[in-house]
Design a protein around this ligand. Sequence first.
Ligand code: ADP
Ligand code: MG
Length: 307
Amino acid sequence: MSLIVIAIGGNAILNPERGDPKEQQEKIDETCREIAKIVGAGHDVVLTHGNGPQIGNILAMQEECGLVHPQSLDIIGAQTQGMLGYLLQSSLKNMLLGIGIKKEVITVLTQVVVDPSCCSYENPIKPIGFYFPEERAKVMMANGMKMVHDAKGYRRIVLSPMPLKIVEESTIKLLLSMGVLVIAAGGGGIPVVEKNGALIGVEAVVDKDLTGGLLASDIRADILLILTDVENASLDFGTKDQVDLHEITVLQAEKYIKEGHFGKGSMEPKMLAAVKFVRSGGKTVIISSLDKALLALAGTAGTRVIA
Ligand code: ADP
Ligand code: MG
């Protein structure tokens, strides 16, 4: 049996720009039912998750309310870790009990040290949150917010630095050794930098796939299982020449990344995480969809990246 880090997308929990609590609970339950089956098959699981839509919703509440001070992105990241951690922790425990497994499930509020040299707008940036019309965007930009413009309107852009080190790594390992199912590094982790020996939160978001890969390497997981909303990573994605990938080597993955087959900020970070994990000694990365998770582990669905 394997130690598996499962990374689920924020969109798997909530449709973008929607926040219906009933729909959210249904999606969480659906996700946790599948994860419970993986635990039921005898695997040890550490769970991590995205938070894109949830961050977007909190930012929208801040923007629209105007009564309270807006909070910085590290704090909002922590809010989403708590909120999604609670929902996943309770649902997962229920789903496990439902199949006769009594297991502790614990969410670890996780900070991740990021590369401070990354913290400039020349470096990786990520659009987040809702789209705004020009008038409104102008006011936001005058207040110091960085925004980009595309066909749908204006959207806030933030730094997305490389994750270097998971601060709570030893606690996660300790819980794992006690047989606890750990939920960690949600939303890519709360970004912090080290300054004179202290940790200080930064205004950024970290890619959950890259932190998921780091987590998987740290705990020496056998498999990094990235569950998203497509069954496979593909070449020439979205064109008539689309070819779904089944099993590729890291060398092939690197070549396809260079050739630009994977969407920036969507499939590309999953492939980058895959390459890094396998290059650091990990055995297998599987990219697939939630409903195909068990088949993907059995080798009959999804895209595998191996040495
Ligand atoms: P998640 O929330 O799971 O991280 P993302 O939206 O970030 O989800 O990434 C999954 C999306 O990546 C898919 O829905 C698909 O539209 C997009 N994508 C971009 N390039 C590719 C590709 N080459 N193969 C498959 N999907 C791709
Ligand atoms: Mg993503």
